[in-house]
Write a protein that binds this ligand. Structure first.
Ligand code: ADP
Ligand code: MG
Length: 377
């Protein structure tokens, strides 16, 4: 059922409007966001649609096609008071109020085709659709560049899920046919041409369908290790370790694990810059080896891959992909491969074959094109 259909069914009324915000794929730049470095995501065509209509002041009600049961209602709350999936919505209301806005009461019905929990950021799509709707309905003056941090605060503080600024930035600021080059320190962006179909190329997304395990704990551990390394190196964040000063920085660290974590972040920032330069010069195929190097770094230095994603990368490369890497925070999730568009069926078959030989649950593969960011429909 559509968001509008659900709205009519649950609230016996017509919504005022529909707002949509997409999930995202990160082309490159993994775990660099909380190190104040660079990322290069693009928005997916898959998105969350929020059908929204008015409610009395101080009252919010939300339901979702993904959740059975009655709509969830809440008034003004503090973090922890609304739990479960509705916390993402309550968190957005709370974060807007915290920033001093008079948030209009609303009834909200959600529908999404962003796969949940696959590293494609269904959570940011949800937050961004609701945030955009409430801003528009309330006539709130919140510039686009300040919106991602507010949605991030909803997720970090209200929901209690640690994430960087990338997901919400992608969902809110991406443009169709472009990848978003984001500086996670200054929030400056540059829209990078990313129309692969015009070059006969494509990004194949391979959802490993591997169960996510220990994600929050491992994420927290990586974050802590990076912060500790920055402290030892005497820099505000690992972003401040220059690529050509890497060897010197590593020599100052005693711990081998920490050295490898630092090496991933510093080389990954450089890979984002290299990818941006190649795309801007129209040398798209040459991005392939950069992606593959990024995967090796995540596998060997940052240690965030699982066998399913490693096998998908190897199978895609054996099938002739220009490059392939895990995308997203790790421990499951998706792989992306840069391929000739007409090689999609063969690449998919190669990955399926490799999974079946190892007894893995079958992967799900599709072509991802760069969609548009959050918008009123
Ligand atoms: P990801 O962002 O990678 O998809 P997360 O664990 O960050 O995974 O976010 C998934 C959570 O977001 C779900 O467990 C659910 O609580 C919430 N969520 C996402 N999409 C929806 C939806 N359409 N309806 C209700 N809740 C949703
Ligand atoms: Mg998420």
């Amino acid at each position: 059922m559509s968001a509008a259909g659900l709205f009519r069914e649950r609230y016996a009324a017509e919504p005022t409007g529909l707002w949509a915000a997409p999930g995202r794929v990160n082309l490159i730049g993994e775990h660099t966001d909380y190190n104040e470095g660079f990322v290069l995501p693009f928005a997916l065509p898959q998105r969350t649609v929020a059908a929204v209509g008015p409610a009395p002041a101080g009252e919010w009600t939300v339901c979702s096609t993904a959740e059975e049961g009655d709509p969830v209602s809440f008034g003004t709350t503090a973090p922890g008071e609304v739990t479960g999936w509705a916390a993402y919505v309550a968190g957005v209301v709370w974060a807007l109020q915290e920033a001093g806005f008079d948030v209009p009461g609303a009834r909200i019905a959600l529908d999404s085709d962003v796969p949940v929990g696959s590293g494609l950021s269904s959570s940011a799509a949800l937050e961004s659709s609701v945030l955009t709707a409430l801003i528009d309905l309330g006539g709130l003056e919140l510039p686009l560049e300040q919106r991602p941090a507010l949605a991030q605060r909803a997720e970090n503080v209200y929901v209690g899920a640690p994430t960087g600024i990338m997901d919400q930035s992608a969902s809110i600021r991406c443009l169709a046919g472009r990848a978003l080059f984001l500086d996670c320190r200054t929030y400056e962006v540059r829209q990078i041409p990313f129309d692969l179909a015009a070059e006969g190329l494509a990004i194949l997304v391979i959802n490993s369908n591997a169960p996510h395990q220990h994600v929050d704990g491992e994420y927290g551990a990586r974050r802590k290790s990076c912060e500790e390394a920055a402290r030892i190196l005497g820099v505000p964040a690992l972003r401040d370790v220059p690529f050509d000063g890497l060897a010197e920085a590593l020599a100052k660290l005693d711990d081998d694990v920490m050295r490898r974590r630092v090496r991933h972040i510093v080389t990954e920032d450089q890979r984002v810059l290299d990818t941006v330069a190649l795309l801007e010069q129209g040398r798209t195929k040459e991005v392939g080896p950069v992606l593959t190097a990024g995967h090796a770094s995540m596998r060997d230095d940052f240690e965030i891959t699982v066998p399913q994603v490693d096998v998908a990368v190897e199978a895609a490369l054996s099938a002739g992909a220009y490059g392939a890497r895990m995308t997203g925070g790790g421990f499951g999730g998706c792989v992306l491969a840069l391929i000739d568009a007409d090689r999609a069926p063969a690449t998919t078959a190669a990955v399926e074959q490799a999974y079946s030989e190892r007894g893995f649950k079958a992967p799900t593969c599709w072509i991802a094109t760069a969609g548009e960011g959050a918008t009123r429909l």
